[in-house]
Design a protein around this ligand. Sequence first.
Ligand code: LMR
Length: 328
Amino acid sequence: MRTMIAGLMLAGILLAAPLAQAENPIVIKFSHVVAENTPKGQGAQKFAELVEERLAGRVVVEVFPNSQLYGDNKVLEAMLLGDVHLAAPSLSKFKRYTKKLQLFDLPFVFGDIAAVERFQRSPEGKTLLRSMEKRGLIGLAYWHNGMKQLSANRPLRVPADAKGLKFRIQASDVLAAQFRALGATPLKKPFSEVFTLLQTKGIDGQENTWSNIYSKKFFEVQDYITETDHGVIDYMVVTSTEFWRGLPGDVRTVLEQCIAEATAYANRVALEKAVSDRQKIVDSGRSTILTLSTDERVQWVEAMRPVWAQFEDVIDRELIEAALAANE
Ligand code: LMR
């Protein structure tokens, strides 16, 4: 009798196990700061859809755009506490965890996104994905946004035009040095505050990609955007080492495939939006886009490039060489 009861109980447990799994799926919270109609917003959404297709009942991805859950300053701390599981901060926002990624902030290292992509695929680029493991973070992929442009309420044709102006920057010492080299004042502010700061003239200008300038309406409160392509805003999709290693192996494998497909998708959106969002700004007539002559461009390079010397020791000269080689 006892054996029979024990057998029935065991059968009950075994039958209940898949149900319990379905009732308690693993929840992956993906927090980001940009709008949904951006490369990162679309990439996060695509990832959630792929997971829904392939791991329905086992994993649920909840995406929180527009700094709804965490802003720039808090998301990585929250990740280490287990309160959020995926994020894709700009490569400029990892300074507390590694100094190496400051490479991506050096002005005029990469000629275009194709060069950025080649570097990210190189052995050196891949190694950087693992550079924060000791600090509890794993990089799962790079996602593109695009090259940065400079905006202000005064036309910025040559570096001297930026002198004395206040520019919002991401929390990066390289970017601070870049604006100081122009005789301007850099202010580190979260992305969520940029529009209001521009609107209320708390700052005079900012640097960002076409998709961020368009989706957050910066072009409506900036009279001029200079097409400088002087730097890049790209992302690293990160998770906590503890969370990632704690996942069942089969789930992790499927999630890795979903990340790879979402990466390809986000990168296609990035290339498209760098063209289409720029065009939408032109069509709006709200902001004038200035293109630089070769001579003007050389002046920006000459004004900003000295910043490299301040950071090459911490970043590592060989890493900079590898990045430069990706332009060829
Ligand atoms: C910014 O702060 O300007 C960007 O990093 C925002 C983003 O995530 O693209």
